[in-house]
Design a binder for this molecule. Structure first.
Ligand SMILES: [Zn+2]
Length: 220
C-alpha cells in the first residue's frame, strides 16, 4: 500500500505542476490580450486542478472523512466542466458573422504601416499613428465620412485609402475589423477610420468602406 500511495502522490504532484504551468501561461495570455475567454479557461483549469488534489489533501492533510472528500472532488470537477461548457456557449453566442465587409477589399494584403498577424485594432491604430495618421474620421448615417480635423463631410470616393490593416482578433469578435488609413482631400490631414465587424455594425460603414478610393500602390 505504501508503494501505491507514493505513486498516487507522485501522479497528483505532476498533475498540479502541469496545471500550474497551464494556468501560468493562460493568465499571462489573458493579461496580454484581455480576452474574457482566456479568463474563463483559467478558472476552469483552476477548478479541475483543485479537483485532482482535493481528495488527497482533505483526507491526508485535513483528516476529512473519505466520503466528504469524494463529494468535494466531484463538486470541483463538475464546476470545472461547467465553466468549460459555459465558455463554449459564451463563444458561440459572441461569434458573429462578419457581413458588411466581406469582399470590400481583397485583402489581407497589408503592407507598410498595416497589420501583421497577432495584432489588435488598437495596435493597428497606434502603428498608423506613428506613421503620421494622427487624425480621425467617422462614418455618418448616409455613408458619408466626416474628417474630424477640419469637419468636412466627404463622399467615400473623395477620400484616399492609403493603407489598410485587417485585424482578425485574438478570440474576441469585437476586436475584429478593418483599420483604414485615409487622407482628407480638404485639409490634407492623415488619419484612421475603424470599421468593426459584427452584426451590430451599421450598414453605412460597410458601404463607406466599399466606396473608398483605393489609393494603395497596385490597387487603383
Ligand atoms: Zn480634413
Amino acid at each position: 500500500m505504501e508503494l501505491f500511495e507514493a505513486i498516487l502522490a507522485g501522479l497528483k504532484l505532476v498533475t498540479v505542476v502541469l496545471g500550474a504551468v497551464f494556468l501560468f501561461y493562460t493568465w499571462r495570455a489573458y493579461r496580454k490580450y484581455g480576452s474574457p475567454q482566456l479568463l474563463i479557461l483559467f478558472v476552469a483549469v483552476l477548478l479541475l486542478t483543485a479537483a485532482a488534489v482535493a481528495e488527497g489533501l482533505m483526507v491526508q492533510v485535513l483528516k476529512s472523512p473519505l466520503d466528504e472528500a469524494h463529494v468535494a472532488e466531484a463538486v470541483l470537477t463538475l464546476a470545472g466542466f461547467g465553466v468549460l461548457v459555459y465558455s463554449l456557449v459564451y463563444r458561440a453566442m459572441r461569434t458573429r458573422t462578419p457581413q458588411s465587409f466581406e469582399g470590400a477589399h481583397p485583402t489581407s494584403d497589408v503592407g507598410g504601416a498595416g497589420a501583421d498577424t497577432g495584432t489588435t485594432i488598437l495596435d493597428a491604430i497606434r502603428r498608423f499613428d506613428r506613421a503620421g495618421y494622427t487624425g480621425q474620421y467617422r462614418v455618418l448615417d448616409d455613408a458619408t465620412i466626416e474628417c474630424l480635423v477640419c469637419h468636412t463631410k466627404h463622399a467615400p470616393e473623395e477620400l484616399a485609402l492609403e493603407d489598410v490593416a485587417r485585424v482578425e482578433g485574438t478570440s474576441d469578435p469585437d476586436d475584429e475589423g478593418v483599420v483604414a488609413a485615409l487622407r482628407c482631400p480638404n485639409c490634407e490631414s492623415k488619419g484612421t477610420l475603424v470599421f468593426v465587424y459584427g452584426a451590430a455594425a451599421p450598414a453605412a460603414e460597410g458601404e463607406a468602406l466599399r466606396r473608398l478610393h483605393d489609393a494603395r500602390p497596385g490597387h487603383s
